[in-house]
Design a protein around this ligand. Structure first.
Ligand SMILES: [Zn+2]
Length: 49
């Protein structure tokens, strides 16, 4: 991979393992994966759907 010094970096999603560009503090490829991970890690979800 090409190392680019920028705010964005390519990383693998810890949930689905798909590669994506993480912007800022983003750790997941999509909101869906973010929520799936959050359900397991977060002790107290802020809201329910
Ligand atoms: Zn994902």
């Amino acid at each position: 991979m090409i190392g680019v010094r920028d705010d964005t970096a390519t990383m693998a999603c810890p949930v689905c393992g798909d590669a994506f560009r993480a912007e800022g503090r983003q750790r997941f490829c999509s909101t869906g994966c973010r929520r799936q991970r959050g359900v397991r890690t977060a002790g107290r979800p802020s809201r329910r759907s």
